[in-house]
Design a protein around this ligand. Structure first.
Ligand code: GLC
Length: 729
């Protein structure tokens, strides 16, 4: 439709029809079996059956048949036959699941991430989905927060790059088998006080702008046409009611002209936050703050008529939001083809196809992070006769991750299945040893007996793979944890099993950084698989037996203890830095330290081992003086000094030594993933411009200072391989 036709349509709509366009409800308000679960606190939201004929959008409708049936019936009943927008959480795959985003970000592979999102968009669009509630680009620096699994981790640059890649994959060229993207959760949802989901966020304007906003802006710049305000309040003001951020920054500063959809029931929760007296007040507040569509509550639909009559909102405000919704539907071609790409036959032949599985497997392989490998214990030799596969995740198929959309555990390859398929002649002794339950519910003597039984298997085997960690349902929304250690029963199992066989490696699963300080000294090798998705077990088999070398680098810092949270590499020095972060209290008592633990993490951001070794030359610069319109090229030669071909994510960090405010000890500015054969070396270069050095200074202006900087090139955020340069003005 042309804009004139849209304007004409708008002018013909009744007030109820307009208010309906601003409301999204669960698909199960229309269909018995939608194939999807409700994703929020569903309740009767006060709509009458006739009201449902006027809605603007549905969420959680899975399956081409369901989407076509729903759309057909709905349009027949709608007075102006305006199609529904069908939206769904396609977070790390639609049916074929790739690793949770926190894991996929460890691949440091933009192209792979984009390809995964592209595959997810094709599966979803063939099944009738128009818009995904993704990517989630909330910076996550606290492992207690369960939704860090959905994020791209702690770093601004990594989040911008991975989030943009996901948007490109979803949206592509807007053509065949694409979906629109709704970036979320705007904003700073990943910084809740105490790591507790939905909690208040306290951030300075500078931290908000420097760290938490850039990821959303990058996703919008990459083509996301929707954005979702987050459940949290910022400085006690609920985000869904935050006009400063939703209007002054998002609309006025950034020029965003797309649509804003609330999170699930978040309108009504403004009242539950205690920031509005009634649902009618909520409808007024959100209207003035420019939120367009209300998800799974009906304050707009039920109270706008009175607000108009009382002059508390204007028809212009309503028309502006309705027009945005109509324009987004029009942009997707829904007026010409309300079913878009829904095609059951095509879906059945593409979904979970070999190409989808192969991509998901590659993603799982490149997301895995080798945390330890003493004496090159891994990879195991394929010529072994007997493998003890122990732990609650040895044969567990629930490793696809939370927020798995239409993904099914029964379609996931377990570790046991992966290894059995690859090495059919190896005898595999399987013993779960204990449950994966978060809280122990078994008497200690039973736990010990079970662990001893498993340890006996370990003793007789040629090698042991201990599969432990956090179950997929213990991360994700609403799943914050105070303790992020392995559950007691797993620690007992690890202690018994790991000492029985020197060839024992740990395969760790989970959706967050975990405190593995207890078992780290006992384990000669630790490979973190995250929640690796549909092909997790197949990827694990190839990694453990060396068909592919691990290349993942941590997207989020692993603490020694939850007491260190939030912990991240781009921290301040403070006025009293600890001289040696690895020695508690050294050397002077009055420093920023812990009495009982080093300040350093167990594993740093960007860290990850390989089956080979890489050597980095000192950093060289083509000039050590940067002018405002000039560039500096920083380079280092990276050499594969081992004996297997492997990938390496070369990381480029910059440190601004002096600012008008304290600056982080270093910040990731770029990264490149390379593949090197044994003995091969390559010069890896990065370009620095004045723009790269800008930050939000003392008076909250965004700019750079003349002065001294360090350019680091290295394998992780601990690197001290740098060269010094100056910016002159
Ligand atoms: C949930 C989540 C959000 C999701 C929405 C729809 O509560 O916070 O990420 O997109 O509801 O499922």
């Amino acid at each position: 439709m042309t804009n004139e036709q849209l304007e004409k349509l708008l002018s013909e709509l009744s007030l109820e029809e307009k208010l309906g366009q601003l409301t999204q409800v669960e698909a199960n308000f229309y269909l018995e079996h939608t194939g999807s679960d409700v994703t929020g606190p569903e309740a009767n939201i006060g709509l009458a059956p006739d009201d449902l004929k006027l809605m603007g959008s549905v969420l959680n409708c899975v399956g081409a048949d369901n989407c076509i049936q729903l759309q057909k019936a709905f349009m027949e009943n709608h007075p102006h036959h305006i199609p529904l927008l069908i939206m769904q959480d396609v977070i790390h795959g639609y049916r074929t699941q790739y690793p949770v985003p926190l894991g996929l970000a460890c691949s440091f592979n933009d192209d792979l991430t984009e390809a995964c999102a592209r595959m997810a968009a094709k599966e979803a669009s063939l099944e009738g989905v128009h818009v995904t509630f993704g990517p989630m680009v909330d910076i996550s620096r606290d492992a207690r927060w369960g939704r860090c699994m959905e994020s791209c981790g702690e770093d601004v640059t990594l989040t911008k790059r991975m989030g943009s890649a996901m948007v490109r994959g979803f949206v592509h060229d807007g053509g065949e088998n694409t979906v629109a993207s709704c970036v979320k959760h705007f904003c700073a949802y990943g910084a809740p006080e105490a790591g507790r989901d939905y909690n208040n966020v306290e951030l300075s304007e500078r931290t908000l702008r420097q760290t938490y906003l850039p990821g959303y802006k990058a996703a919008l710049d990459a083509g996301a046409r929707w954005i979702m305000p987050s459940f949290n309040s910022i400085g006690h003001l609920p985000m869904t009611a935050n006009g400063y951020i939703l209007k002054d920054i998002l609309r006025d500063e950034w020029g965003f002209d797309g649509a804003i959809i609330s999170d699930y029931n978040a309108y009504r929760e403004i009242q539950w936050h205690g920031a509005a007296e009634s649902m009618k007040d909520v409808a007024e507040i959100t209207r003035h703050n420019g939120v367009d569509m209300e998800m799974m509550s009906a304050t707009t639909f039920l109270h706008s008529k009175e607000l108009l009559e009382e002059g508390r909102i204007t028809m212009e405000e309503i028309n502006t939001s309705v027009m945005r919704i109509l324009q987004e539907k029009n942009r997707l071609g829904l007026f010409e083809n309300p079913y878009r790409f829904a095609d059951k036959t095509a879906a059945e032949s593409y979904i979970l196809s070999t190409s989808c599985r192969e991509l998901a497997q590659q993603a799982a392989e490149e997301s895995a992070v080798l945390l330890k490998n003493e004496g090159a214990l891994l990879p195991f030799g394929k010529d072994m006769k007997k493998l003890a596969l122990i732990g609650p995740f040895a044969a567990e198929k629930g490793i696809k991750g939370a927020w798995a959309c239409a993904g099914r555990d029964e379609e996931t390859v377990s570790v046991y299945e992966g290894i059995k398929t690859m090495l059919p002649d190896v005898e595999i002794l399987v013993d779960a040893g204990c449950s994966y339950n978060l809280l122990n519910d078994t008497p200690i003597d039973v736990l010990t007996a079970n662990a001893e039984r498993a340890a006996a298997l370990a003793k007789e085997a040629d090698a042991v793979l201990l599969c432990i960690g956090e179950y997929q349902d213990y991360s994700g929304e609403g799943n914050s944890r105070c303790e992020i250690r392995l559950p007691l029963q797993q620690r007992i199992l690890a202690e018994k099993v790991l000492k029985e066989n020197p060839n024992a490696a740990v395969l760790l699963f989970g959706g967050r950084p975990q405190d593995i300080t207890d078992i780290e000294p006992m384990a000669r090798a630790i490979l973190y698989m995250w929640q690796p998705g549909t092909m997790g077990g197949a990827a694990a088999a190839r990694l453990v037996f060396g068909e592919v070398a691990p290349s993942g680098k941590l997207s989020m810092t692993f603490p020694r203890s939850v007491g260190q949270e939030p912990i991240y590499y781009a921290h301040q020095t403070t006025g009293r830095p600890v001289a040696d972060p690895n020695i508690p209290g050294a050397p002077f008592p009055y420093t920023s330290r812990y009495l009982d633990m080093p300040t350093s993490p167990l594993y740093a951001f960007g860290y990850g081992l390989s089956y080979t070794t890489f050597e980095y030359s000192p950093v060289t610069l083509d000039t050590d003086t940067l002018t405002v319109d000039g560039t500096i090229t920083a380079s280092a030669t990276v050499k594969n000094t081992g004996n297997v071909t492997a990938k390496e994510s070369v990381q480029f960090y910059v440190r601004d030594l002096i600012g008008t405010v304290a600056r982080p000890v270093k910040e990731l500015k770029d990264f490149k993933k390379i593949t090197l054969a044994p003995g091969e070396e390559i010069v890896v270069s990065f370009t620095i411009t004045e723009e790269d050095l800008r930050y939000w200074g003392k008076d909250l202006t965004y700019g750079s200072d003349a002065g001294t900087f360090h350019a680091f090139i290295g394998p992780d955020s601990n690197t001290q391989n740098y060269a010094e340069f100056k910016l002159v003005k």
